[in-house]
Each structure stands twice: as structure tokens, then as C-alpha cells.
Write a protein that binds this ligand. Sequence first.
Ligand SMILES: Cc1cc2nc3c(=O)[nH]c(=O)nc-3n(C[C@H](O)[C@H](O)[C@H](O)COP(=O)(O)OP(=O)(O)OC[C@H]3O[C@@H](n4cnc5c(N)ncnc54)[C@H](O)[C@@H]3O)c2cc1C
Length: 637
Amino acid sequence: MPERIEWLDDGTAGGSPYSPRFGDRYRSELGGLDQAREVFLKGCGLPAAWARQPQWCILETGFGLGLNFLVTWQAWKADPLRPRLLHFVSTEAFPASAEDVLRSAQTHPELLALAQELQRQLWGLLPGFHRLAFEGGQVLLTLCIGDAKAILREQSFEADSVYLDGFSPQRNPDIWDLHTFKAVARCCRRGTRVATWTVARSVRDALAQCGFVMKKVPGTPPKRDNLQGIFHPAWEPKKKRASPLRRPAARCVVIGAGLAGTAVAASLARRGWQVVVLDAAAAPATGASGLPAGMLAPHVSPDDSLLSRLSRSGIRATLQQADALLQSGSDWCPTGVLEHCVEHARMLPAAWQQNLAEAAGDWTRPATAEQLAQGGLPPETPALWHVQAGWIKPAALVQAWLATPGVEWRGHATVSQLVRQGDSWQVLDAAGQELASAELVVLAAGYASRALSKIEASAELQTSPMLDLQALRGQASWALQEPGIASALPPFPVNGHGSLIPALPLADGLAWITGSSFERDNASTETRPEDEQHNFSKLQTLLPAVARQLAAQFKGGTVKAWAGVRCATPSRLPALGPLEQPDLWVCSGMGSRGLTLAALCAELLAARLHAEPLPLEQRLADALLPQYAALTQALVA
Ligand SMILES: Cc1cc2nc3c(=O)[nH]c(=O)nc-3n(C[C@H](O)[C@H](O)[C@H](O)COP(=O)(O)OP(=O)(O)OC[C@H]3O[C@@H](n4cnc5c(N)ncnc54)[C@H](O)[C@@H]3O)c2cc1C
């Protein structure tokens, strides 16, 4: 359930929000706008402090109804000297509903347009991190749902400003206690500015104990005083994790123009990098990302596994990109997806059926009898309905990412060697000719990343092992819909045992696509008739009624084949992060989920490079760091 809010009549358009849980108002009686501007923005020296900075990061305790975020975003928008990237990380234990966030902004018409954009993205707020993107990805809100202390202890970014907000220390002492401030201090650098509206003695003492030097300043009515300060401990703070350095944007060569490489290129270019994307082929998206269309759907598991959580973060990231960059209906469609649980009923996490039912239901819920009937399946069929799901043409996303200013694409460029020269990499072809050079290289060449990752020892470098990647060949079957068949097909994609996308708009008409085969350690893209038969028999299990309707096309030879090579790591999670050579990174191993994972991985790579807040929990991010299962083998060889 979203947090219950009561709206007290205070003569304003929306009313004054009140929390029955804490017995306190969400904002001061005289409105929250002045408080947000005077206490927090001004209290942290903003907007002057962020002028001309490449990025700025604000940490807030207590997102509440989002007013401080909206006011900060508005100030960023209005400032000609704004930083290129604004990060706003906010913790919230009891998230309000999107409707209440919007209602709260009604009292402030100047914020309404921004509040509407915020409201559109406020769904599915299960415990954990949610990265919301605005202004073409230049304003990034990371909403951390859960206990502030636990969340902040996990972080490794450094905030430039801290807004300490929340219900009053008497009503919600937890958010103002020593342990919370210790966790906040872990996210501060020496000189981080801090502001809050309370001058309670206990708060001042706890802040001082954690290394904050605070002073009382004249307050915003009805408050007599506010508190401002900086993090300036008398000791050298020990950090559990070394804070990575923020590095300036420079030149980058990305190898591979599929989903992974072009997503990385776009994420870096948004941060000011000059990126050259090289690909062996004559056109972008000719590898696995040349699939005519693929499915975007979350993974679910009873224990809400790492992959399940990762897939949700990935889907949110992809939906934001598709929504901003693609044409709905022709490049992609957020139709929702039916998952037919062919082998056994899939259990949803227990909490999803209890206190988290509403947030979880924004993602996945049991399928209805009507949805099953639309797939020609009996009402007792175990099945799920994924709300935030649909189909996407990967090539459309690849083209859109390549069109990001700052990205240059070069085809017919087969990379065969990387040579370190001083502070940069030379990227060479088989004849030893230089294709490009840059300070940073990102391998995103699918299965070919494996061979490229092995660097021979030289005067400057030690030998580095080959990345452990596996080729997984797959073939999909597709055909134009025959006249009259549309009504026999479900109006949405179905997955569960292979998949079917029933209505894909192509140049010659609507097509269906089904598959796919799955063959380990095979990197061939030749198509094979036996795989077509295999796809048909999978469809017979997934959607028997639909298979009967399409049988004639399979028999009649009008079905076409498309084959590609997925690439996967032993953990079946992507490989994302630095390799054992300076400024050589990898973004690969997307397996069968490139559409779900590429946009998220690219933002994660960019965040790690720039010491930004991560778009997902540290533990999830760390699970993607490149694995070196082949280390021993490579060194012995
Ligand atoms: C049959 C099938 C069905 C699938 N269905 C889905 C689905 O429904 N949903 C989903 O999310 N995912 C699906 N996938 C997986 C998805 O296609 C991949 O995860 C994704 O495309 C991988 O993108 P990538 O950029 O890592 O690799 P690729 O798209 O393969 O890109 C790698 C690029 O590197 C280039 N390259 C290679 N070597 C070199 C070199 N030496 N020099 C320069 N360039 C080089 C290649 O030309 C290629 O363009 C499917 C895959 C297959 C095969």
C-alpha cells in the first residue's frame, strides 16, 4: 500500500498533506516551497555552487512528496550555468502514491508540469533502488525505498550537497539519529554542504559527532532558525569502500554497434564524451541485435533473486529510453506480456501478495481469465501478466542511441588488436592499421569480446586473461500474418517456453515472430530447417491454439528464419566493468536479455567511471563485475 496521507483543508488548491503514521504535516503551515528554496537550495549555496560543474550530486533524507526534488529540478532548468548532469538521490521508507505527489504540487502551479513528469514515472516502487530519468537523462533521480541507514551504508558516491529532511525529530527520531548521520557522513566529501530546517539540540549534537560543522542561520517563517553547515571532520574519515575518483569526459572507442555498445556510447556522450563506435559489419545492429524484434519482460522468482531485481531495474531503464527515443506502435509497443508458466506455476515473492501488493502489481500480477482466453488458453492455466513489458525492434534502439550528439559510428572496422600507447589505446585492424585511438576502450563486441579481452604482455602491459564468455546460437521463425489470422492471435506477446510476438509492423505488413532455439557453444549464424521445426513444437506447448492456426504457414514454407549468437557469462549475468588493463572496460554477456539489460548496464558503466551514484543497489552492481573464470587457464597456456 502506498503511504496513507490525509489532506487537511488549509485554503490551498490541494490542501495540506498530513501523515497519520507520524502525526505530523509533510510541510510547514506556510507552504513547502519557501522551505525548499530557502532552507535547502540556498542553505547549500545552490545554484551558485554547481555553476559550470560537469555534474552535481544531492543527497536527501526523506523524499516525502518530492517537493525538494521538484524545486531543485526547476532551479537546474532555469540556470544557464547548470551542471551537465544533476543527480538527486533520495531515501524514503514509506513512499507516497503518484497521485498524492501530484496533488501536493497543485498548490504550486509553477511546479505542476514537472510534477506531472515525475508522477508518470512513480510506479512500482518496491523496496530497493529506482532510477528515474528526466531532461533526456540529464536529471537523474535515484529513489531508494527502504530504511535510510541501511541504504546509505551501501553507497560509495560522494554527495556535493545534503538536504536533511523528514518529519520532526520528535515524531520520527530515527531519521535524525546518530546512526543515520553516520551513514550520511559516509556519502560526504570534505566540504559537502548540509542544510536542514530543524535546530533541535539532539540533531546538532549528533551532526557534530559525525564531523559536520553546523551553524544556526535566520530561519524561514514560521521557523526562527535553520541549520547550515559543511562536512569537515577533525579526523580523516575512514571509508569501508575507497571512493572512486570523478574522471573528466574524454575520448572513448566502443567496439561493437549492437545494443550493448551503442547504449554505452549514448550514456557516455550524454556526459560529454566523444565516442567512436567501431563495428566489423557494414551497418549497425547486424549481430544478435539484428533480431527483427525482441521481448521486454521482467524475470520473477519466489525469492526475488538478483536476476529478478536486475531485470526490473533494466526494464525501467529501457522503458525510459524507448519512450523518449522510439516511435510507439512501429519501433516498439508497451503492450504488456503474458507469461505462460509451462513447467509449473511460478510463485511470486510472498510479500508481493501482502504489504507490497500494490507496488508489485504495477510490475507483475496473476493473469486474468480474459487474458488467458485471448491467448486461447484455458482459465486454469498457470500464468502471469507482466504490466511493464512489450516488444521492441533492437535496431531502432541502436539507431537512436547512435544518433546521440557526440557519437560517431564507423562500419567495416574489424578490430583485431589493442595496443597501449602512453595514456591511450590504439585500436588496430588485422593489418596493424590504426582504426581509432582513445583514452578509454569499451569492449561490446558480443562473443568476440572474449578474444579481444586477451591482451598480450608488452613493455607497458602484463598479459591479461580472456573473459569467460559463451556463445549461444539462436534461431527465430517469422512470417507475415496471413489474411484473417489476426483475430486468432493474442493481442500481446506471450513468453514462457520460447515466445510469440503476434503483430510486428514491418514494411510489407504485420508479421508474427516466434522462437527461439538455444544452442550452447555454437557461434554460427547459418539458419537450419530443424530449428524451425523446434520453434514450432515449442509454440505448440506455449500456445496450442495459436500453433494450430500457424501450422499451415510452417508446412507451406512461407516461414522465414533469422539466426544470431547471444553471448553469456558463467553467472548468466552481464559482464560490466573494468578489465585488468588500464582504461579497458567491458559491457557484454547480455544473454537472452539485451533489451532488458543494455540501457541499465550502460548507465552503470558511466556511473562507475564518473563516481556517480549507481542506478541500482551496490550489491547488484557488484555482481556484474567481470568474472575471470579463465584466469588460471589463460596464465598456464
Ligand atoms: C534468436 C534470438 C532471440 C533473442 N530474443 C531476445 C528477446 O526477445 N529479448 C531480449 O532482450 N534479447 C533477445 N535476444 C538477445 C539479444 O539479441 C542480445 O542480448 C543483444 O542483442 C546483445 O547485444 P550486444 O550488443 O551485446 O551484441 P551484438 O548485437 O551481437 O553486437 C556485437 C557487435 O560487435 C561487432 N563485432 C564483433 N567482433 C568485432 C570486431 N572484432 N571488431 C568490430 N566489431 C565487432 C558485431 O559485428 C556486432 O555488431 C535474442 C537473441 C537471439 C539470438
